[in-house]
Design a protein around this ligand. Structure first.
Ligand code: ZN
Length: 78
């Protein structure tokens, strides 16, 4: 499975519908927990990343849409 090839495909310029995830700017008072390991590995841009909520950290981290692990505490249950 070649993730790097997928990341450079023409699909990356396609904008997803805004209903996918609330933009970070609209979320108030959360902690920024950083970037997920997979998104870092893929060199994803912020516009390609999805926000994930982590209850133990009480904050948001950003990463690949299918990533589930908080980069701060390793929690995988949101
Ligand atoms: Zn966490």
């Amino acid at each position: 499975m070649s993730e790097d090839d997928d990341a450079r495909s023409p699909a990356e310029v396609v904008r997803f519908p805004q209903s996918r995830t609330a933009p970070p700017a609209s979320v108030g008072g959360y902690k920024d927990l950083g970037i997920g390991a997979m998104a870092r590995h893929l060199n994803m841009r912020e516009s390609q990343m999805t926000g994930h909520w982590c209850s133990p950290c009480n904050g948001m981290w950003f990463g690949y849409a299918f990533e589930v692990e908080c980069p701060q505490c390793g929690n995988r249950h949101g």
